[in-house]
Design a protein around this ligand. Structure first.
Ligand SMILES: C[S@@+](CC[C@H](N)C(=O)[O-])C[C@H]1O[C@@H](n2cnc3c(N)ncnc32)[C@H](O)[C@@H]1O
Length: 373
């Protein structure tokens, strides 16, 4: 029954590849470890955080009888995979999506797919502890190789009792009980005096309140980018550093910022507000700028992702380059940065247009691609 059910779930619209799965050992272990608690939970008392493709939400409903499950997913593609898998399995009405701050309201069981960043786990723990039922059990599962003692410590900041289960198939679950409600410490903010910018970050946002070295390489050439541009897009904006730097340096620019991560979008909005730029920057959550019309933008800046899960899947970056090509006007410019050994120039030339190296050191290459007409 369990295997049959899981066999119906797919990753789409997420990247499909032979080594990538829609249901993993962590999903299975989480559901098994939480089975007794799930059996006792009433309607609306089960919450799920960062379900990858729907296995936890739909597994809780189909295999453990959970009803009115609430789910918060940072990744838009995960949200969409859940929708498709729910349709495929006839479970569309079994759950509803909720913002992270509300997902744990009154919950007695919370299933969490452990995020990679400790701050992401910290924000989840703080927000769940603030609103869950006093007798809540929070199950946090991950791959053993990604789990550290620091995760137990982070959970202990918001829960009295944290224990670990035995590992199975290289996965492990931490169980937290005894919530200690307190204020959330997110978004965090940091002033970068050398750039004249304040960066705000929720827990799961790339680089947190730091500024990535690749991002810094792009910031150094900001003045060279499409001087006559009227509209710019920060594609995969994260905390919105590039959008804020552009809006602040170039008052004539209309700036869009887009990211598929809920945490990134909330962070970019907070960064815009912290720099007094909220009226100048529109931030949207979408996949590969799908809400931005074709040929509507003069300048795209992008520090692209290169990793999907543990694997280096170049399609993630290629998708953003193709999106940049679509939204740019002919003659518009895509400015991007990548690790020098990756040699992205041929892909950029093919997807966007003539591509020149604008800056290079042993670690990073910054390129400018001009959209062909
Ligand atoms: C390397 S980070 C760069 C973040 C930010 N621009 C900076 O420089 O700090 C890449 C960002 O791209 C986002 N991203 C990845 N795939 C995406 C997609 N398909 N659509 C929109 N954003 C995406 C990630 O969520 C992440 O925030």
């Amino acid at each position: 029954m369990t295997a049959d059910f899981f066999a119906q779930l797919h990753r789409a619209p997420d990247v499909e590849a032979p080594e990538l799965v829609a249901v993993d050992a962590t999903d299975r272990l989480l559901l098994d470890e939480a089975a007794a608690a799930l059996a006792l939970a009433g309607p609306g008392e089960v919450a799920v955080v960062d379900d990858s493709h729907g296995a936890l939400t739909l597994g809780a409903a189909a295999l453990h009888g959970a009803t009115d499950v609430r789910v918060a997913q940072d990744a838009l593609v995960g949200e969409r995979a859940l929708v498709r898998n729910a349709e495929r399995t006839g479970l569309t009405g079994a759950y509803r999506s909720a913002p992270l701050a509300e997902v744990g309201t009154g919950a007695r069981v919370v299933l969490v797919k452990a995020p990679k960043a400790l701050d992401a786990l910290r924000e989840i723990a703080e927000l769940v502890a603030a609103v869950a039922a006093p007798d809540v059990s929070v199950f946090v599962g991950g791959r053993v190789k990604h789990m550290t003692h620091a995760m137990n410590d982070v959970l202990r900041e918001s829960f009295d009792d944290v224990s670990a289960t035995l590992a199975r198939q290289k996965s492990r679950v931490l169980v937290a009980r005894g919530p200690r409600p307190g204020p959330s410490s997110f978004p965090r903010s940091r002033q970068h005096a050398e750039l004249g910018l304040t960066v705000c970050a929720h827990g799961a946002a790339f680089a947190g309140t730091r500024i990535d070295l690749g991002t810094r390489a792009l910031l150094r050439v900001l003045a060279d980018m499409a001087p006559a541009a009227g509209t710019a897009l920060d594609l995969g904006c994260g905390t919105g550093v590039l959008a804020a730097a552009l809006a602040s340096a170039r008052p004539e620019l209309r700036v869009l910022a887009a990211d598929q991560s809920a945490s990134a979008v909330a962070s970019a909005r907070a960064t815009a507000a912290a720099n007094g730029l909220e009226a100048r920057i529109d931030v949207v959550r979408d996949d590969a700028a799908e809400t931005v019309p074709d040929a509507s933008v003069d300048l795209v800046v992008c520090n692209p992702p290169f990793h999907v899960g543990a694997a280096v899947v170049t399609t993630a970056a290629d998708r953003l380059f193709a999106a940049a090509a679509r939204v740019l006007q002919p003659g518009g410019e895509l400015w991007t940065v990548y690790n020098s050994p990756l040699r992205y120039r041929p892909a950029l030339a093919r997807l966007v247009g003539p591509t020149r190296v604008a800056a290079q050191d042993p670690r990073f290459t910054v390129t400018c691609s001009t959209r062909r007409g």
